[in-house]
Design a protein around this ligand. Sequence first.
Ligand SMILES: *[C@@H]1O[C@H](CO)[C@@H](O)[C@H](O)[C@H]1NC(C)=O
Ligand SMILES: *[C@@H]1O[C@H](CO)[C@@H](O)[C@H](O)[C@H]1NC(C)=O
Ligand SMILES: [Ca+2]
Ligand SMILES: [Ca+2]
Length: 166
Amino acid sequence: MFRFLLFPTILAVSSFGVLCLAQLNGEALKFKLAAVNLPNLDLDGPSDPYVKLYTATQGQGERHTDWQKFGQTSVKPNTLNPVWDEVFVYRYMNGTNQRWRFLVKDLDNTWLNPIDDHLGRVEMNVDDYMFQLKSSKQNGTQNLKYIQMFLTHPIGGALLVTPVFE
Ligand SMILES: *[C@@H]1O[C@H](CO)[C@@H](O)[C@H](O)[C@H]1NC(C)=O
Ligand SMILES: *[C@@H]1O[C@H](CO)[C@@H](O)[C@H](O)[C@H]1NC(C)=O
Ligand SMILES: [Ca+2]
Ligand SMILES: [Ca+2]
């Protein structure tokens, strides 16, 4: 008898849950990545870059463990100007101080050189990214291609974040 009672309750809870999620989930940002002028840290040809994507929110980001990985690109072999194909989806919630940390690395993974070199790093507040997107739209640009973020550690290259609208 318990079973018969339980069933409608679960239905009601789950549809309520869907409504809540729709409100809390924020806006899905889609973007692709490219980079220009990366440093070359290989002796036998250009770097083999890839990117690790991390995020932290409000009151976080001081400790290393605050950063959660939410994506990683493929490796583009032998190039200092990689264009990655992956489309990343990020749940944006305005005003919650979300931050991105993107690490660009060079795949080494050889016996002599087992640790991947750093090709650059950038951190950005996602509200700032959205502000830049909005202001370039207001300037009447259909020709917005990307938001450019300059890399540090080491300094040199830049990461290009290209919004994907579908
Ligand atoms: C975020 O919220 C602020 C203040 O409410 C608003 O001015 C801004 O346009 C919002 N930004 C986005 C990307 O929705
Ligand atoms: C948009 O135009 C304003 C005023 O001309 C300028 O200050 C701003 O930098 C422009 N924004 C972008 C993203 O081009
Ligand atoms: Ca290397
Ligand atoms: Ca190489």
